[in-house]
Design a protein around this ligand. Sequence first.
Ligand code: SF4
Ligand code: SF4
Length: 466
Amino acid sequence: MAISCSYYLEDCDTRELPRRFLEAFAAILSHSNYAPVLDAAARMKARCSRCAVSCQVYQATGELRDIPCERSELLLKVYRRYFTLSGNLKARLGGGFVLTDEHINRMAEDFYRCTACRRCKFDCPMGIDHGLITHLGRWILAELGLTPKALVVATREQLEGKTLNTSAIPVPAMKDTCEFLVEDCEDLHGLKIDFPVDVEGAEYVFFAAVSDYLMEPDTLMGNAAVMMATSGSWTIGSGDFDGINYGLFYSDRMLDRIVSAEVAEVKRLKAKKILIGECGHASRSAKFFVPTFCGGDKAPPVVNIMEYTYDQWQAGKLKLKKGVIKERVTYHDPCNISRSGWITEQPREILKHICADFVEMTPNREDNYCCGGGGGTVSVDEIREFRTLIGGKTKAEQIRRTGAKICVSPCANCKKQVAEVCEDHKLDCRVSGLHDLILLAIDAPDFMKIPKSDENEPADAGIKEA
Ligand code: SF4
Ligand code: SF4
C-alpha cells in the first residue's frame, strides 16, 4: 500500500496494516482508560453540527471530512466493529464495516488536519472530545510508524540521540548561546543577567522549548532578567534542558518518557520544582502528566514562567514600568495554556500595565481560536500552506480586526505559526513573547544595571514609539 502523505517516514512498514492497526488498538485499550471515552462517543447518535461551527479548519474548508464528528467517526467505526459486542455480532451475521488499507490511509491524513485544539469539545452538548479522539488515533497510527517524520525524528533525538533535545543542540552550544545572550543583554538593554547551569539545590529547573535557544533570544533574555531581578533560585540542567514534548501530540508512551526525563533531571540536580518557559504544550504536558506518570502528589510541582513573573510582580518583588510599549498590542491565548491549561489572566494583567494600547482579539481566553499550528502540525513544513491559509485563516482575521502591530504569543509553537500566518496573510503585525516586552519594561534593581559607556546605547533602545 502506498501511504499518500509525503511527510511520513519513508521506511515505515506498511504490510498487513489492518491486522497491525487492530493489534495496536487492542494493546492501547488494555493498558489505558480510553475505552470509556470511546464507549460514550460510539453510542452517541446526535448530529447537531455545533462542533462544525466551532472548528476553524472546517470554517475555512467547508469540507465534510473536516467536521470534527466526521473525523472522529473514522476511529469510532473501527471501535464499534472490532471492540464492541454488537459490532462483532453484526459482522458474524455477514454485514458491517471492514477495516481496510484505504481507511487507515484516510485516518493517517485526516488526523493531522485537526490541531487538537479542543475548541469543539467545549461547544459539544455531549462533551465529545474530538481532540482526544484525534490524539488516540494518532497514537495507534504511531505504533505502525505512521507519524510525520518531523515529529518522530525530533523525539528520537530527544530520547535516544547524542544531544537529548529536539533541536539537536549540543550542551556546549547551548552554553555558548547563553553567554552571547548575557553580552547582548548588557549591550542592548544595559542589564546584567545570568543563565545558571547545573546548580545543585536550586528551587527551579528551567525547561524552555529548546527552539528558544535558536529563535527567541529576547524571550530568553526576558526570562533571565526576571529571574535576576527577583533573585530567583533557578538552573538550567545540562542533562535535559528541552521542555518540548511531542508525545502530547502523538503518543502517550513518548509523553511518559519525556516527562520522566524532566523529573529525573530535577532529581539529579536536587531541585524542587519544574519551571517551564514560554511554551504551551510543554507547560500542559508537564503540568498534567508529571503527576500522572511520576508520582502523583509527590511529583515536583510545575510552574509556567508567566505565573512566576506575575506572582513576583504582585508580591512587589518585580517592578514594571507602566505604559512603556507604545505600539498597539494584542494577545493570542495558546490553546494548551488557556483552554486546555490554566493561565489566562496573568499575562493580560501584565500587558495592560506595560502597554499603552492593549486590545483584546475576539473571541479570547478559553474560547480563543487555535493559531492553526497546534497538535504538532507547526513542525511539519510540508503543510505550511494548509496550516497558514486554512488552519490559520480565522486567526489572521482575528488579528487583522484588532489593528495590532504586535501579537504576543507566549508559546514556541504559536510564535512560529502566528509569524507565518501574518506573513502569508500579509498582516502588518509582528509576533513577540511576553517576556520580550517585559525585558523592555523592567524597572531593574540597581545591582542589574550596567553603567553606560560610549559604546553602550541606552537601555530602552528597543522600545518603539507608536
Ligand atoms: S480539536 Fe480543534 S481543529 Fe480539531 S476538530 Fe476540534 S475544533 Fe477542529
Ligand atoms: S457538537 Fe457533539 S453532538 Fe453535536 S454533532 Fe458535534 S459531536 Fe455530535
